[in-house]
Design a protein around this ligand. Structure first.
Ligand code: ADP
Ligand code: MG
Length: 449
């Protein structure tokens, strides 16, 4: 059905585009059809696809529409909204801006107690990140905004993020500190869309939060809707001088499938890297942890462990835990012999127990794609490269035959697997950063991360 042109409505739409956020504009304003503009009686009649849309428009946007009409015509207009179905919308399906009351943050629940600055051992490879984190905690929203912490797995990013939250609350007990992993953010957003609670979602993150701590931001790679929402959230918080801190396993430039405008925001403030700890720092971490847990850890044992476990602090903690358990079970003090046994177990395991699932998981995580996509038919480069990497790693690290590997990827032919292995070698030279990512994946798989 054609509608007659209404220049005044066209102008109104244009002006609304500037005042209403893109998502809302696309979902609530675009679908509006203008049935009538009566400039004599000052009335505009609009129709929308359904009753829910009608109610939402009435409660959230008609005011803005009338304001725009007034600014163009200098007259007061009434706006009527019709929808084809006159079904009653259940009251629970919709909430107005005025009645929105979002849950408050409860940092005491979200923040892990032991992740405090005091418990963080500094060394040459993490000192810059630690200093930046402390500065941000002392002066949130002023100097380094956003702060972007990045580094490999198990190097203390989450620890520092929580420590910032604790410290802010220590200095300003009423500060509203929001800690969220980007996975939780994505899930919450999807839920909010599904249950029509976007308004609460936005109030919670934009209005009810002074310091936003987002862990593992790399997981929003490839999630367009989340990126859009996060982009606006970022702008809103940043412009009102609210502190944003993010962690990631890679620098913003290397996060795949991210909108440029968001990527550039992530680089606005300070970017601080955490590298694997030096030998001395590893020894210091082991000594500190064992002391705080009341375990006697001889120096030679600490050094032996530190020599073997080099890339991941969580793993250092893991070895210490095993030593403590072993010493408890056998009622023996921790010594070199026990330590050698435990370390050799670890090395054995890392050589033999890499499974297909493990590799699929690690690749999916590294590249921010779904496992279903790795196995599925999609042929976009953002999927085919991780898929080929997964195939070649499975070929290298497991005993699966070529046809078996093809089977793991939705029944592909074994020649596809051969090609993938070859192609990955070519791509390593051609795609910036790919060789490093594969090296990182191998290291992770070797250490069971
Ligand atoms: P990431 O988020 O970078 O993967 P985490 O912050 O979860 O790493 O750290 C893994 C474990 O190692 C945590 O238990 C954390 O307390 C500990 N850890 C990491 N770096 C340090 C450090 N410099 N001093 C003390 N503990 C550390
Ligand atoms: Mg972490």
């Amino acid at each position: 059905m054609n509608t007659p042109p209404h220049p005044l409505w066209d102008q109104t739409i244009e002006a609304l585009q500037d005042s209403i956020e893109p998502y809302d504009f696309r979902h609530w304003i675009r679908p509006i059809r203008c049935d009538e503009v009566n400039e004599d009686s000052h009335q505009v009649v609009l129709s929308v696809p359904d009753a829910l849309h009608e109610k939402w428009l009435q409660e959230n946007f008609v005011g803005e529409i009338r304001k725009v009409l007034r600014s163009i015509t200098c007259e007061d207009f009434s706006v009527r909204v019709n929808s084809p179905d006159d079904d009653e919308v259940p009251a629970s399906a919709i909430k107005t801006r005025q009645t929105v009351k979002a849950a408050n943050w409860n940092p005491r629940v979200d923040l892990i107690d032991r992740y405090q600055f005091d418990a963080f051992i500094d060394g040459p490879t993490n000192r810059f990140a630690l200093t930046a984190a402390r500065a941000v905690a002392d002066h949130p929203g002023t100097r380094y905004n956003p702060l972007f912490l990045y580094g490999g797995v198990g190097l203390g990013k989450t620890h520092l993020l929580h420590a910032i939250g604790h410290e802010v609350l220590k200095q300003r007990p009423d500060a509203r500190v929001a800690y969220v992993t980007s996975e939780a953010f994505v899930n919450e957003l999807i839920d909010a869309i599904r249950t029509h609670k976007m308004q609460q979602f936005r109030v919670k993150y934009r209005d009810n939060c002074d310091v936003l701590l987002v862990d593992d931001i790399q997981f929003i790679a490839g999630k367009d809707r989340t990126q859009e929402e996060f982009f606006h959230l970022f702008n809103a918080l940043h412009s009102s001088h609210k502190q944003i801190v993010m962690t990631s396993d890679k620098v913003p430039q290397s996060i795949p499938d991210m909108e440029d405008r968001l990527r550039s925001r992530l680089q606005w403030g300070l970017i601080a890297n955490i590298n694997p700890p030096s030998f001395e720092t590893r020894v210091a971490i082991l000594k500190r942890k064992s002391e705080s847990e009341g375990t006697a850890l001889p120096d030679d044992v600490a050094m032996l462990v530190a020599r073997h476990v080099r890339h991941n602090v969580r793993e250092l903690e893991g070895v210490l835990m095993r030593l403590q358990a072993c010493s408890g079970i056998f009622n023996r003090p921790i010594d070199i012999e026990m330590t050698e046994e435990i370390l050799s177990d670890l090395v054995q395991e890392s050589l033999h127990h890499v499974s297909v699932d493990h590799i699929m998981n690690a690749v999916a995580q590294e590249f921010g794609v779904a496992i279903g996509d790795l196995k599925g038919p999609r042929r976009q480069r953002a999927i085919t490269i991780p898929r080929q990497v997964a195939m070649s790693l499975i070929r290298d690290l497991t005993h699966e035959s070529l046809p078996q590997i093809g089977q793991c990827f939705g029944g592909r032919d074994h020649t596809t697997v051969i090609n993938a292995v070859r192609r990955v070698e070519d791509l390593k030279g051609a795609v910036p950063g790919l060789a490093e990512r594969i090296a990182r994946l191998r290291a992770r798989l070797a250490t069971h991360q």
